[in-house]
Design a protein around this ligand. Sequence first.
Ligand SMILES: Cc1cc2nc3c(=O)[nH]c(=O)nc-3n(C[C@H](O)[C@H](O)[C@H](O)COP(=O)(O)OP(=O)(O)OC[C@H]3O[C@@H](n4cnc5c(N)ncnc54)[C@H](O)[C@@H]3O)c2cc1C
Length: 326
Amino acid sequence: MGNFLVYALDYQGAFNKNSLGAVSEGARLAAETGGECHAIVVGEGITDELAGSLGAYGATKVLRVDGPSGLAQPVVDAMAAAVAGGSYGTALFGGGLLGFEVGAGLAARLGAGVAMEVTAVRAEGGKIVAERPILGDSAISQIEFRSPVGIIIARLNAFEIRESGAGPATVEDLEVGFSDFSRRAQMVTRGEQRGADVDIEGADVLVAGGRGLGSAEGFALCEDLASAFGGSSAVAATRAVVDAGWFPYAGQIGQTGKTVAPKLYIAAGISGAIQHKVGMQASENIVAINKDSNAPIFEFSDLGVVGDLHKILPKLTEAVKAKKGG
Ligand SMILES: Cc1cc2nc3c(=O)[nH]c(=O)nc-3n(C[C@H](O)[C@H](O)[C@H](O)COP(=O)(O)OP(=O)(O)OC[C@H]3O[C@@H](n4cnc5c(N)ncnc54)[C@H](O)[C@@H]3O)c2cc1C
C-alpha cells in the first residue's frame, strides 16, 4: 500500500491548519496500514525546528526542499521527485487553493488518479479508499486508485488535527532540479486584502452578507455581529455583492471564491445559489436570515429565520453580546 506523502504549507513560521489535518490523517492511515507518513515542505530558509515540528502530528520524516514558497509548480517538481523514489502509494493534501493546484499538477505529471473534495479516507482490503460527496452532497462516491500513486485532495477542514505526542520528525534535505517553467512565476507579495487578522478560511464563525443587505454600508450589521462573537469570527460575502463593489473579493465564498467550513455560518440576505452553496455547504451549522420564505438557502440551512435582516441582525448582535456578557 506504500507510504503516505503529505504536502505541508507554511506561512510566517507556522503550518496552516489544513496541512496539519492532512499530516494527522496521513499518520493515522500509516499507523493502520503499517506504513509511514512523511511530509514535504518547500520554501526558503525553513528551519529544522519548524520542519521537525510536524513530528508532533505523526510525520516520521520531513523532506525539506529549498525552493520558491507558495507557488504550485515548484511543489509539483518536488513531490514528483520524492515519489520517483517508489516508496509512496498515496499523496495527500489538505483543502485550500494551493493544495488543489499542486494535487492536480502532480496528477497530470504522474499520470495518476486523483480524488478531489474528499471528506474521508480509509484502508480496506489492502487498498486506500477515498470518499467524495457528489450530487450536491446527496450521495457519496467511493474512489479506489488503479495508478501506483493515488492523489487525494481533501475538502477544506475535512481532516481533524491530532497531536500524536511524538517528538520532532527527522528532517531530510531533498535536492530538486526545478523545471524551467516552474521558475517563471515569482511570488512578489503575499497577504490578506483586509488585514492579516481576517482569516476567512480559518474562522470558526462567519457572518456572510448578500444583496439583501441593500448597500455596502449594510455590511456594518455583519461586522457588528462578527465582533460580538469575537474570537475567531469574520465577515464574508456573495459574489453578487463583491461584483457590486460592496465587499472585497478576499471575502467571497463560492465556486469562484473561497471554500469554507466554519462551525457556524450565518447567511444574511443570501438567496443560496448553487455557486454560493458549493463554497459553504460543509459548514457545521448554517443559519439563514431571508425575507423570502421560498429562498433556496432554506433548503440546506439548519435554522432558517424568515424576516428582514435589518431588524434581525441588530437584535441578534445584542443577544450575542448579552450572552457573552452574562
Ligand atoms: C460561473 C459563476 C460563478 C459564480 N460564482 C459565485 C461565487 O463564487 N459565489 C457566489 O456567492 N456567487 C457566485 N455566482 C453568482 C450566483 O449565481 C448568485 O448570483 C449569487 O450568489 C447571488 O448572491 P446573493 O445571494 O447575494 O444575491 P441574490 O440572489 O440577489 O439574493 C439576495 C437575497 O436577499 C434576500 N433579501 C432581500 N432583502 C432582504 C432583507 N431586507 N432581509 C432579508 N433578506 C433579504 C432576498 O430574498 C434574496 O433571497 C456565480 C455565478 C456564476 C454564473
